[in-house]
Design a protein around this ligand. Structure first.
Ligand code: F0G
Length: 487
């Protein structure tokens, strides 16, 4: 049977519009509360969108992690789950799916992505070693550093440019990687890490050619490649869309080739397939045995790894669905719609549109807010206030302090509006675009933030802040004037 294979359809007007290739059969009611109540909620949350309660949120665009919609096949599979501490059939079904999709024999289940990072970092990093990568992810970096490693980001010169038409801003810079090997030698490099659809720089993919080039260098220096496959489906889709050689390729073949270059593949299942879980995969018995005992220590027995059997069943089906173009193109097509529209309205957003979410450049949006007053955090709070939309700060608040206690200013200050798969409609996306544009036109009213309580580790999750000055009140007054009401 042939089918339209992606979630955009050319309209009579010539415009490419995202059109859902699924129908909605279970819904959840949402509440758009008045701006005064939103003000109370963000005050209570310490101007940290992580601390909001979803009862106060209209569109929850914090993350796609654990929030993608499940398919009918996933939900029904959960009913046949086989409860057992050891030897559950649910695990073997998931193992078979993972082998098929990723082309790796050994499958170690973990409760989520960072649990995989914990095990990999403990086993494969020796104190003082460096780990070159396209870009870090927050939890990845912490695990590597706790184990004595040092993260080296060796992205290309284009990677951090906000506006660009470079198709693969997630590529590793091959010359810089060569220089790292020459400086640190084989023993000094723990492994090379490639992150699919590079999260913190705006969900930007790497190309297959880049993987091949990195692999060639890893072979030359006899070093392992580790692939973070949490967003591999979307990266594979963008390879198909943007890399000439793959325009007619099967997603399954692309996934297999990508995974084939890495000795270790790990993923957060919360992103790639379902609502919980994760895994580590390899074809090497030696590598498997090195990790196996830690898995039992930290996660649980080898056939559940901290997940419930229901979650494992949903993961098995979800992994197979990752090979379906209509599944993995859904989020990128909505992101592209939001990004292209905001870009046309003059709002600074990361281009080209990538995976995971629409990324707004807070430095460009709020040039009058200094980076040490956290423009991306301020923008996240301001957008919540004027729309009920919850985004995520991905800037200096998500960074750390140096030895002297000074903020390490983030390379990019981003407000991420995630598009979990198959969750939001086009009219909701249009609402988000509309309120971001209103805020952009009133950007001069938005000021910075300062800490009330700053935790030492991963402060962005739990820290509380307050506005510098009374800018939220001014924003509320202007909002009510323009819209004539509180919604
Ligand atoms: N690697 C990448 C690329 C991720 O995006 C994440 C999580 C992880 C690892 C860790 O996985 O959450 O299951 O432990 N990203 C989420 C996000 C939290 O919102 O971007 P986890």
């Amino acid at each position: 049977m042939t089918n339209q294979n992606k979630n955009t359809i050319k309209f009579y007007s010539g415009e490419e519009i995202p059109v859902e290739l699924h129908k909605v059969r279970i819904v959840q009611k949402l509440f758009l509360k008045p701006i005064e109540e939103r003000f109370e909620a963000i005050e209570k949350a310490g101007y940290n969108t992580f601390l909001l309660n979803t009862k106060d949120i209209f569109l929850d665009q914090l993350t796609d992690s654990g929030t993608n919609a499940m398919s009918d096949n996933q939900v029904s599979s959960m009913l046949q789950a086989d409860d057992a501490y050891a030897g559950s059939q649910s695990f073997y079904r998931m193992e078979e799916a993972a082998r098929e999709v990723f082309g790796k024999h050994y499958v170690l289940p973990v409760h989520q992505g960072r649990a995989a990072e914990n095990i990999i970092s403990q086993v494969f990093i020796k104190k003082g070693q460096v780990i070159p990568m396209n870009y870090h992810f927050t939890t990845t970096k912490e695990h590597m550093e706790i184990n004595g490693g040092k993260v080296l980001e060796i992205y290309t010169d284009e990677a951090l440019k906000i506006k660009s038409d470079v198709k693969f801003k997630g590529n590793i810079d091959i010359d810089k990687l060569k220089a790292v090997f020459e400086e640190y030698g084989r023993e000094g490099v723990a492994f090379v890490r490639m992150e699919a659809s590079t999260n913190l720089i705006g969900g930007q993919p790497f190309s297959m050619q880049n993987m091949r080039d990195v692999r060639a260098l890893c072979d030359q220096y006899n070093t392992m490649m580790v692939l973070d496959a949490s967003l591999i489906g979307e990266n594979a889709y963008m390879i198909k869309e943007r890399e000439e050689e793959f325009k007619n390729a099967d997603i399954k073949d692309i996934l297999n080739e990508m995974c084939g270059y890495a000795e270790l593949v790990y993923f957060s299942s919360r992103k790639v397939s379902s609502t919980r879980g994760g895994g580590i995969l390899t074809n090497s018995e030696d590598l498997y045995l090195k990790m196996r005992d830690l898995l039992v220590l930290f996660e649980g027995f080898l056939t559940y790894g901290g997940m419930s059997v229901r979650e494992i069943e949903a993961m098995a089906v979800g992994l197979k669905e990752t090979c379906d173009d209509t599944v993995i193109s859904q989020s990128p097509s909505f992101i592209k719609y939001a990004v292209d529209n905001l870009d046309a309205l003059g709002v600074p957003v990361i281009t080209p549109a990538g995976a995971l979410g629409c990324h707004i450049d807070a430095k460009g949006f709020l040039p009058h807010v200094p980076q040490k007053e956290y423009p991306a955090g301020a923008l996240a709070s301001a957008l919540y206030l004027v729309s009920g939309i919850r985004g995520m700060e991905r800037g200096t608040i998500s960074s750390v302090r140096d030895e002297n206690g000074d903020d390490i200013l983030a390379d990019v200050e981003l407000l991420r509006l995630a598009f979990p798969r198959r969750v939001f409609t086009l009219s909701q996306t249009m609402f988000a675009v509309d309120r971001v544009k209103w805020l952009y036109d009133n950007r001069d009213l938005v000021g910075g933030l300062e800490w009330i309580q700053e935790p030492p580790l991963l402060r962005f999750f739990m820290g509380t802040l307050k506005p510098i000055g009374d800018w939220p009140q001014k924003l509320i007054a202007k909002f009510k004037k323009d819209f004539g009401e509180s919604l």
